[in-house]
Ligand binder design. Structure first.
Ligand code: ADP
Ligand code: ZN
Length: 722
């Protein structure tokens, strides 16, 4: 009889033993469907000796596997990566495995799927709901469920539209092959510096051994052009290449750029894909047919058949850190994947993370530098506006020097960008009479006013409400006032000051689809926009040659909050957004509004002294034993019942391990004391780099009994301290 140990796709269980039905074969890595109680569950055949080698179950108690799924087995190096990730981030292996095998893996790629799209015909009976639904659907196509979500209506409305002939069925094949990228389609004419960097990267791909290369070049130096040469080398060798981007919104422009270089768009992978697209992409990736994959961090765990290169673009971005489920950092796991699969990993950035520079210093990463912008474009001039000396008018947010600079660009027909990392109109609504502030009922957070859609919204849990007319506390009429600016409010000010200016607000609220993003780019490139007002969404990736002014509306925003990386992040973010200015022949100017122009980070930005900033920042981190010179981990205990959460946190606190070098802070209410209706308590561990934090935490949390109503989230190497 053949037995198989199977790691199931559930966070709740370790591996279980099954019987392989007679006549089938289930070698290591096979993707299977197994019985679990009354349910069917996917899983992967795993080594017996993994996960502490649990005792095998007696033959007589084994149940038969239901099915061996006809997809390629999960290769051994990827199984090792799943184990490593589970171990390092203290996450259940089944939860990590789910990222390798999303639902798409189990859908038969040969079976066509029925999607729906607009026919252009209007139904005889037009309701307002139908009008809006058809407008939102536009030219898009999808399952009934997807179109309903897209149009914000029930599935019944969509089915009604199908019946009325306004939508029609289309059969989509999920195994249609993707076009093959051509490495010789549109190679660039590289500058000497770029060519030198590109040849190092190409050689690393050809050598096919593990190495991490930090591609460090100022904004506009051609990092993308250069790493595309490494991708070309991978494609020439018949291998696959993966490019991870920090933001879904960046995929669309990247796809176009890749198409110009390789003759066809690469395969995209992110949460915004339709289920047919996911199914097609997953199978093509697993069969090795998707040669170039561009995706969000979730693309990292997919079972590439023959991966030859991973590129992490904008590698310093903290959005590579996943903050729910498995708390992993995609940049760090990418490097581990390179290690297990013997392939080079390129980290590209204009402002590398201190963590990455420390690895360069330790001799573990190769440093490849592109010192200048391509084509002789100059880096922009940065200057600070001291908001204490040059304050904006009352109730306004733009200081006179920034207003003058905007007027100057309008006059010259050049474009400007105002950066404020805050969505909506105002971050806080306050009652002038009683001082009441409108808070989310589920979170320790203020409700943010979104005036364009006439809503107050919580940015943590998504709770929305119409803006009240009366103060909910003192019931005074018309006493509520908006406090502080968001991008919508800055846009209002721009319109007031420059009624003739054509503006665009760019946030995840306005650029919520690839089509919207493409439309925005076309409008800016076509000269239809004078002033862009945007959040961090506009700080990366875009190349607008006629954009010559960047105004940072509130440079101090990221500095409060006590985050250990606050200065580093502020530096990176401002350097990044500054990098949007003066990318063409006209020089760029960057004005930074701040109340602390003497803060080291502002001074370094203005002096263009990156090395000085990093050196000072590294020295202070070293002294504090903060990353990359020390380590943190956070335990967050949460429950809907505050007493349960507090009780567990206190018991954990009482049983806290004592060890040389280990400091434990808390338990204390987390800064975000309530989130999505759950009360949160936090314990923070701080230790030297060499300390076995994971082992310590594992033993510790096993020492107490967990009530069903309490949940524990473990965050190793946290980036968010709320
Ligand atoms: P980075 O990624 O470093 O910000 P990019 O790769 O986006 O830089 O390059 C900036 C701009 O310069 C892009 O529009 C790019 O197409 C162009 N560019 C860079 N290098 C070359 C080159 N060798 N030939 C033609 N255009 C180039
Ligand atoms: Zn909330």
């Amino acid at each position: 009889m053949t037995r198989a140990r199977v790691l199931l796709l559930t966070a709740a269980l370790g591996p279980l033993d099954y019987r392989v039905p007679q006549g089938s074969d289930a070698p290591l890595g096979s993707v299977v469907v197994a019985p679990l109680g009354p349910r069917r569950m996917g899983g992967v055949v795993w080594e017996d000796e993994s996960f502490g080698a649990p005792e095998p179950v007696g033959d007589n108690r084994l149940r038969n596997l239901y099915e061996i799924v006809p997809v390629p087995p999960v290769p051994a190096p990827l199984r090792r990566l799943v184990e490593w990730t589970s171990d390092y981030y203290l996450a259940p292996p089944g939860a990590v495995l789910r990222m390798v095998l999303p639902g798409a893996a189990f859908a038969d790629a040969r079976r066509p799927i029925v999607e729906y799209r607009a026919t252009g015909e209007l139904p005889a009976r037009m309701t307002p709901q139908r009008i809006v639904a058809l407008e939102k659907i536009g030219a898009r196509q999808g399952l009934v469920r997807e179109l309903a979500a897209l149009a914000d209506v029930s599935e019944a409305v969509i089915r009604g539209l199908v019946q009325a002939g306004a939508l029609e069925a289309v059969s989509v094949s999920a195994d249609a092959p993707y076009p093959e990228p051509d490495p010789d389609f549109g190679p660039p004419d590289l500058s000497a510096e770029q060519a030198a960097a590109a040849s190092q990267l190409r050689d690393a791909v050809t050598a096919a051994i593990f190495e991490t290369l930090l591609l460090d070049g100022v904004t506009g130096s051609g990092k993308t052009e250069v790493y595309m040469e490494a991708i070309a080398a991978a494609v020439e060798a018949g291998k696959q290449a993966l490019v991870l981007l920090p933001e879904i919104a960046l995929t669309e422009p990247m796809l176009t750029r890749f198409a110009a270089r390789f003759g066809c768009e690469p395969v995209a992978w992110h949460s915004g894909l339709r289920s047919t697209e996911r199914r097609r992409a997953w199978h093509a990736i697993a069969r090795g047919e998707a040669k170039i994959v561009v995706g969000a961090r979730s693309a990292l765990f997919l079972p590439y058949a023959d991966l030859g290169l991973i590129v992490v673009d904008e590698a310093h971005e903290t959005s590579f850190k996943q903050e729910d489920g498995v708390h992993y950092h995609a940049r760090d796991v990418a490097v581990m994947r390179g290690h297990f699969e013997a392939l080079p990993v390129i980290l590209a950035s204009a402002t590398p993370a201190l963590e990455s520079l420390a690895q360069v210093e330790a001799g573990r990463y190769r440093h490849i530098i592109l010192p200048a912008r391509y084509g002789g474009a100059m880096l922009p001039d940065l200057a600070a506006i001291d908001m204490r000396q040059d304050p904006p008018d009352r109730g306004r947010w733009l200081a006179p020097p920034l207003v003058d600079a905007l007027a100057d660009r309008l006059h010259k027909g050049e474009q400007s960008l105002l950066f404020l990392n805050r969505r909506g109109f105002a971050p806080l609504t306050l009652c002038r009479t009683c001082g009441h502030r409108i808070q989310c009922p589920n979170c320790t957070a203020w409700m943010v006013e979104h005036r364009l859609v006439h809503r107050l919204a919580c940015h943590h849990c998504g709770h929305v409400m119409p803006p009240p007319r009366l103060c909910p506390e003192c019931e005074d009429e018309d006493s509520l006032v908006a406090c502080g600016p968001g991008v919508e409010r800055v846009a209002d000010e721009v319109t007031l000051r420059f009624p003739e200016a054509r503006t665009a607000i760019v946030t995840s609220d306005t650029l919520w689809s690839p089509a919207k993003a493409a439309e925005f780019v076309a409008n800016v490139e076509g000269g239809l926009i004078d002033i862009i007002i945007g959040t961090q969404l506009v700080t990366k990736g875009y190349h607008f040659p006629n954009l010559t002014l960047v105004g940072v509306v509130d440079a101090d925003l990221g500095l409060d909050g006590g985050d250990l990386r606050a200065s580093e992040r502020t530096f990176q973010q401002i350097a990044q957004v500054a990098g949007r200015a003066g990318r063409g022949v006209k020089p760029g100017e960057v004005l930074i509004q701040t109340r602390v122009p003497d803060a080291p980070v502002m001074a370094a930005l203005v002096a263009n002294d990156r090395e000085g900033f990093y050196a000072a920042e590294a020295a202070s981190r070293r002294q504090a034993g903060a990353p990359p010179y020390g380590r943190f981990a956070a335990l967050v205990i949460s429950s809907e019942d505050i007493d349960v959460a507090r009780g567990v946190a206190q018991r954990l606190g009482q049983k806290a391990p004592v060890a040389d070098g280990l400091a434990i802070y808390g338990p204390a209410p987390a800064p975000l004391a309530m989130l999505r209706g759950r009360h949160r308590f936090r314990l923070l561990l701080h230790a030297p780099r060499s300390f076995d934090l994971q082992g310590t935490i594992r033993d510790w949390v096993a020492r107490i009994d967990w009530p069903a109503k309490a949940r524990l989230a473990i965050d190793v190497d946290p980036y968010s301290f709320v």
